[in-house]
Ligand binder design. Structure first.
Ligand code: ATP
Ligand code: MG
Ligand code: MG
Ligand code: MG
Length: 561
């Protein structure tokens, strides 16, 4: 590919809109352009990277026995009503009506659509196990789209869905995907860790997230150095803490729970599994009881609470309101403590409507950005460590915390969807049984962005070879016929050797070409200059190490292969 024939609008300056390294560098190196919040065009170079990640995913999915299909972006509300997610999913689900006033949504995930396909087309245990995947555009109306492709509203996801005859089969399918994910992320050149995770809006019995370790990650991972335990901190916090540690946790929401007098009654009333909350604190004020729910599956809980209480307008309170009612100063760090919890509970009692304080994910993100979360996490790890005399088999090492980017997520769904949608098959005795399911997602653009977070320097991106937009950036300097001829021959030879070459045939100064090459980040650069050619050599630079060697043009392809 020749630069002169490519839309490659590199930027010298850092764009103001970008907060993270990957967002900045993906804009500067001309990979993506914003169309609306969380909605991007992939420019030619950006699309090449996306396709490379997709190819790796596709190869590993096929190798693991999954079959590719493609489901629609739009899906009808009826399917979502069957599972209850039309109400449950909340505002991330972008809904619309067609010209006949029928409800539709843009798919944020596809359990409903695939389960519908299964129940229509699959009859017998003989057809199982099955695993279907697609690489497709998803839409989630994220409240705070940010960091470029990292948290978009429209984004490309690989999602796979397995169907098995029984639990053991489902576990085997899960393991296959788990192993495939290891291969995929390794091939993408990522340093990652699989961690225990919560199941969020997808639901199901257990799950693992694949976390790319990076300082800019929005997630916090806690792990033992011995490798016996690794979990998303949200998940880890679901383990019951000891009473005296409760005040270290941030209250997520306070809900009026009339007539409830015990934690059990509250969780039953709210239809929340008690173990999904670290702690439910009850406060009585007059004849009212307020439950303050401390951490847990907050997003899903909030949606549930809305549904159960029959309120569409729940008063949400982010940091500003927490500040107002706790009287804490602006920008305060750390948890609000038990006093804060009490104040929040009092506030809930006094207000006329049902109140959710600091509960939903958006607020959590908002709060995270302003609170000193690392401080909390350290505290959390310290607490766990301090409790080493309360030993648990999985907590046998010192807990450490690190930041991570969730690039993939695998879920054991069990029969959650097959039950609500009646997706069954006939077993060998002719008995109808529910399919046992799993689902498995990878954010394609997010994985590419995560690769940038892990592979860059102050000059630009350093693409891992397997997902690089080009392998070699060929940089001719000067207009002499020797330079032109050698460049043309090298270009042809390198392509013939199966390497992808970007030829900078612009009439630009050497400095401009070098800067752009470093910014774009092809793994190798080959400089063809008059001076070098006089001595019979060109210069090859390895982008990652900066190492430069001189060699005869004819030796370049062999050296790179
Ligand atoms: P997050 O916690 O970051 O919101 P999620 O847990 O909601 O992600 P899943 O439902 O597990 O996401 O979706 C599977 C994968 O899709 C995620 O692991 C992530 O890589 C990717 N993904 C999810 N949301 C986005 C988004 N808004 N932009 C880009 N990729 C995303
Ligand atoms: Mg999400
Ligand atoms: Mg998540
Ligand atoms: Mg997830």
């Amino acid at each position: 590919m020749r630069t002169s024939q490519l839309l490659l609008p590199t930027l010298r300056e850092d764009p103001g809109e970008a907060e993270t390294v990957s967002h900045r560098l993906m804009l500067r190196s001309g990979l993506i352009r914003r169309v609306a919040a969380g909605i991007y065009t992939y420019l030619p170079l950006g699309l090449r990277i996306i396709r490379k990640v997709e190819d790796i995913i596709r190869q590993e999915m096929n190798r693991a026995g999954a079959q590719e299909l493609l489901m629609p972006v739009a899906s009808p509300a009826e399917l979502w009503r069957e599972t209850g997610r039309w109400d449950f999913y909340g505002k991330e689900l972008l809904r619309f009506k067609d010209r006949h006033e029928r409800d539709f949504c843009l798919g944020p995930t596809h359990e409903e659509v695939i389960t519908d396909l299964f129940r229509r087309e699959v009859r017998s245990y003989r057809q199982l196990p099955l695993n279907f995947y697609q690489i497709q555009t998803k839409f989630r109306d994220e409240i705070r789209p940010r960091f470029g492709l990292m948290r978009g509203r429209e984004f490309i996801m690989k999602d796979a869905y397995s169907f098995d005859a029984d639990e053991a089969g489902a576990r085997a399918s899960y393991q296959k995907m788990y192993d495939a994910y290891h291969r995929i992320f390794t091939r993408c050149g990522l340093t990652f860790r699989a961690v225990e995770a919560d199941t969020g809006l997808i639901g199901g019995s257990s799950s693992h997230e694949f976390m790319v370790l990076a300082d800019t990650g929005e997630e916090t991972v806690v792990y033992t150095e011995t490798g016996t335990y690794a979990a998303n901190v949200e998940r880890a916090e679901l383990l019951p803490p000891e009473e005296e540690h409760v005040e270290e946790f941030r209250p997520l929401m306070a809900v009026k729970t009339p007539n409830c007098r015990t934690v059990e009654e509250v969780t039953t009333f709210l239809k929340i599994e008690p173990n999904r909350l670290v702690k439910t604190l009850l406060y009585k004020a007059g004849d009212q009881t307020v439950a303050v729910l401390v951490r847990g599956d907050h997003d899903a809980n909030e949606i549930k609470i809305r549904r159960i209480l029959g309120v569409t307008e729940v008063e949400l309170a982010g940091q500003a309101v927490v500040e107002k009612i706790t009287g804490a100063p602006v920008g305060f760090a750390g948890p609000v403590g038990l006093t804060g919890v009490r104040v929040i509970a009092d506030h809930a009692v006094k207000t006329a409507r049902n109140v959710v304080v600091g509960g939903n994910q958006a607020d959590t993100h908002y709060v995270d950005a302003n609170w000193n979360r690392d401080f909390q996490v350290e505290q959390f790890a310290d607490l766990r460590n301090a409790r080493a005399g309360d030993p648990s088999p999985r907590k046998d090492g010192v807990l450490k915390a690190t930041k991570g980017i969730e690039v993939g997520h695998v879920f054991m769904l069990g029969t959650k969807y097959s039950q609500s949608m009646n997706a069954s098959f006939l077993d060998p005795n002719g008995k109808e049984c529910l399919a046992v399911m799993g689902c498995y997602g990878i954010g394609v653009g997010r994985a590419a962005a995560a690769a940038v977070e892990q592979n860059h320097d102050d000059k630009g991106i350093i693409w891992p070879f397997p997902i690089a937009p080009f392998h070699v950036h060929l940089l001719p300097l000067g207009e002499s016929s020797a330079v032109k001829e050698t460049t043309a021959r090298l270009y042809a030879d390198l392509e013939a050797a199966g390497l992808e070459v970007l030829l900078d045939d612009r009439d630009e100064r050497a400095g401009v070409k070098f800067n752009d090459a470093d910014l774009i980040g092809a793994p190798y650069q080959v400089v063809v200059g008059e001076k070098g050619l006089a001595g019979g050599t060109v210069e090859m630079k390895t982008r990652r190490t900066g190492e430069k060697i001189k060699l005869a043009p004819a030796d370049v392809p062999g050296t790179l292969l």
